[in-house]
Design a protein around this ligand. Structure first.
Ligand SMILES: NC(=O)c1ccc[n+]([C@@H]2O[C@H](COP(=O)([O-])OP(=O)(O)OC[C@H]3O[C@@H](n4cnc5c(N)ncnc54)[C@H](OP(=O)(O)O)[C@@H]3O)[C@@H](O)[C@H]2O)c1
Length: 429
């Protein structure tokens, strides 16, 4: 084993970074044996230097992250600051100064992954980011390496623990959205500003990263259709139950049937209780991958938290250090297929539509005609009437989002349709 240590600069020492430092220290001997050389924490960049950080040698702490990555003797930079800047500049500077990079930064990778991969390649360096998607769950490496000989057609998953916790609460206790969110906040599952989670931004960033790797194409955050879960109601859960379903916020990346394009989207959807994703409870994550040769694979586990996320960071650190000792680099960006990303209108799925209608003869026929005129075939219809008003629940066969959109627009114009109470996609069948 080489005795000269590989030097690691840790940028950020918060929830994830502090756990990375702890594991690096407590597992130092095992890490050295697995890598073939010891790893040394050479510096820790933070924003607040006076904060007490257990287990961190205060002499390593600096507020000058740029000077740390420019030292010239750093082998690997671990970026766990988050956000776009200064993380982006620090990562590109790290490459310029000869280091490889491990990052957990989904927002940055989803926005600028291609440029960062190009910078890594220009400098013969590695850019690894297993922790950016679904915390501890190995997903990037299985897609990039284990499935490199297969053809992935679909990635379908629960990639945000906060929203899964909220939806699970609503499902199991009958709570409304706000009540479930308040509980998630009190228990530390939701941040003070939960927008990134509940509006689907976090899941959309992960969907972009997964789709890019799965389909060997460039998929950016802007390419991902996004709908949050704040509008999901207790009534939606009641409807889902009647259909033998529950509701999950899903990230779905699909290759089109003709194989010529891909789509990526995040939205709440009904999913049958018999589907393995339906039993993913609390803040857990799970991702279902469908490939030509492998069939269906499911990856399940804790999708966030300091220690689980640090596990993924450390796995990358070991891989990157091994590459460095071998004078090699691991797999970089694979975007050779260059498949275009289609808009949401091209997505084909099933829909559950709940309408408030007048309770009088002929309404059902009128509504059915609108569906037929737009080429959307109806699977089931359920009608409940009371005091001159009625609710009509329509479940469709597979149709394009564009056709469904046209149908709903036309339905809204009917005198007999008082309102469209909810539209929910039905997935996983
Ligand atoms: N938390 C999770 O469960 C989780 C899961 C998966 C991925 N991630 C990703 O991991 C990354 C880190 O998340 P986190 O939860 O650990 O964040 P965090 O707890 O907020 O920690 C951020 C760290 O970065 C430091 N920092 C902020 N701005 C800085 C700057 N300009 N220069 C130097 N240091 C700076 C902070 O310093 P101070 O300590 O002085 O404030 C803090 O130590 C993010 O990209 C996040 O998306 C997190």
């Amino acid at each position: 084993m080489r005795t000269r240590p590989l030097k690691v600069a840790l940028l950020g020492c918060g929830v994830v970074g502090s756990e990375v430092a702890r594991i690096m220290t407590t597992h130092a001997d095992d890490l050295a044996a697995r890598i073939g050389a010891p790893v040394e924490l050479a510096g820790v960049a933070v924003r607040r230097p006076s904060k007490v950080r257990e287990g961190i040698d205060p002499s390593l702490v600096t507020t000058d992250a740029t000077a740390l990555v420019k030292r010239g003797d750093i082998d690997v930079v671990v970026e766990v600051i988050g956000g776009i800047e200064p993380a982006r500049t620090l990562i590109t500077t790290a490459f310029e100064y000869g280091a490889s990079v491990v990052s957990a930064n989904k927002a940055l990778l989803a926005q600028d992954g291609a440029a960062l991969h190009a910078a890594a390649e220009d400098h013969d360096a590695d850019l690894y980011y297993e922790a950016a998607v679904a915390g501890a769950i190995p997903l990037i490496r299985p897609l990039r390496e284990s499935l490199a000989g297969d053809k992935v057609n679909r990635v379908l998953g629960i990639v945000n623990g906060t929203t899964n916790f909220i939806l699970d609460k609503m499902d199991t206790t009958g709570a409304g959205y706000q009540e479930a969110l308040d509980e998630a906040t009190a228990l530390g599952y939701a941040e003070a500003d939960p927008t990134a989670d509940v509006e689907g931004f976090d899941a959309a960033a992960k969907a972009a990263i997964l789709a890019g790797i799965a389909f060997h194409s460039r998929v950016r955050l802007d390419d991902v259709y996004r709908e949050g879960m704040t509008e999901v109601t207790a009534a939606d859960f009641a409807s889902a139950k009647e259909m033998g379903c529950t509701i999950k916020l899903l990230a779905i990346c699909e290759r089109a049937e003709d194989g010529e394009s891909v789509t990526a989207r995040v939205h709440p959807a009904m999913i049958p209780l018999t589907h393995p994703l339906a039993s993913v409870r609390g803040a857990y994550n799970a991702v279902f991958v469908e490939s030509d040769a492998s069939g269906q694979l499911m990856f399940y586990g804790p999708g966030a938290g300091g220690s689980p996320t640090a596990s993924a960071v450390l796995g990358d650190l070991v891989a990157v250090c091994r590459n460095r000792l071998n004078g090699a680099t691991g797999p970089g960006e694979s975007a050779y297929a260059a498949l275009p990303v289609s808009g949401m209108g091209e997505v084909v799925t099933r829909y559950h539509i709940s309408l408030d209608v007048a309770d009088k003869p002929g309404v059902l026929a009128q509504v059915a005609t609108v569906f037929a005129e737009h080429g959307v075939s109806i699977d089931t219809v359920r009608q409940q009437g009371k005091d001159g008003e009625a609710s009509l629940v329509v479940v469709t066969h597979r149709a394009s989002d564009a056709a469904l959109g046209g149908t709903v627009e036309a339905l809204r114009k009917l005198d007999t349709v008082r309102g469209v109470a909810s539209i929910m996609r039905v997935e996983g069948e």
